[in-house]
Design a protein around this ligand. Sequence first.
Ligand code: HEC
Ligand code: HEC
Length: 226
Amino acid sequence: MKPNLPPVLILAVALPILAGCASSRMLDLRAVAPVQGDVQAGARKIELCSACHGKNGSSPVPAFANIGGQKIDYLYWELVEYQRGANPDSPMTAILRSLNVSDQDLRDLSAYYAAQAPAPSSGDPAAFAQGQMLYRQGDPARGIVPCQGCHGTAADGRVDGDASRYLAYPALRGQHEQYLARRLTEFRDKTETLMSSNDHIMHGVAHNLDDEAIRQLAGWLQAATP
Ligand code: HEC
Ligand code: HEC
C-alpha cells in the first residue's frame, strides 16, 4: 500500500516540520533504529501500569489510552517524551519521573504491550460514514489529508513495508474514541508540547480538522477497525 498523498498536501505537512526541527530540543524521529525489549522482563514490570491501562493494555477507562497491540517503537518514544516532561500535567509524567524508571524498563514495557492483542472494536460503523471517507480519502477542499497513507489501510500503523520513517507512527485501531478525539484536539490546538518531529507531522495534519471531523474520525476508528 503506497501512501497516496497529493504532493501539495505533503508539502503543507512537511514545511512546518522542517522549521520545527531547527529547534535544539526537538526529538528527531525521522530515522531511528528499531526498538528492542524483553517481553518477559516487561511482564514483570507492569504492576503499576495495569491499574490504569489494564493487564493486557486494554484500559477500562475511555480517557486512558489502550496500549495493547500498539507498535513498540511508538510506545517507547511516547514514554521517552513523557520522561522528558513533554506533558507536565499527565499522570504519566509523574510516574515515569518519580520511579527511577530506566531506559531498559521503557524498552521492556514497550515490548510487553506491543506483544498483547489490541482491544476489539465497538460501536456502529454506519453511524460514522463520514469518518471512514475522511480516513481513506481525506477532503482536499478542506485541506484534510487521508489518514491511511501514514496509519495504514487497516489503521494498524503498517505502511509500505514499514520503512524506517514510519517505525514510530502509531496504530489507531483498538483505541478508545474518547482518547482519540482528545489527542486530535490536542494536536490541532497545540495544547500539548510538540516535542518530536512526529508530533509536528501530526500537528500539520490536524490543524485543518474541525470538531465534527474529529468526532466522525474517532467514532469510526473505534467502531470499524479490528
Ligand atoms: C494513573 C493512571 C496511569 C498509570 C498508573 C499509567 N498510565 Fe499510561 N497513561 C495514562 C493516561 C491518562 C494516558 C493518556 C495520555 C495522557 O493523559 O498523557 C496514558 C498514556 C500512556 C501512553 C501513551 C499512549 C499513546 O497512545 O500515546 C503510554 C505508552 C503509556 N501510558 C504507558 C504506561 C506505562 C508503561 C505505565 C506503567 C509504567 C503507565 N502508562 C501507567 C494513565 C496512566
Ligand atoms: C503525514 C503522516 C500522517 C498523516 C497523514 C496522519 N497522521 Fe496521525 N500521526 C502521525 C504521526 C507521525 C503520529 C505520532 C505523533 C507522536 O509521536 O505523538 C500520529 C499520531 C496520531 C494520533 C495519536 C495516537 C495515539 O495513540 O495517541 C492520532 C489519534 C492520529 N495520529 C490520528 C490521525 C488521523 C485521524 C489522521 C487523518 C485525518 C491522521 N492521523 C493522519 C502521522 C500522520
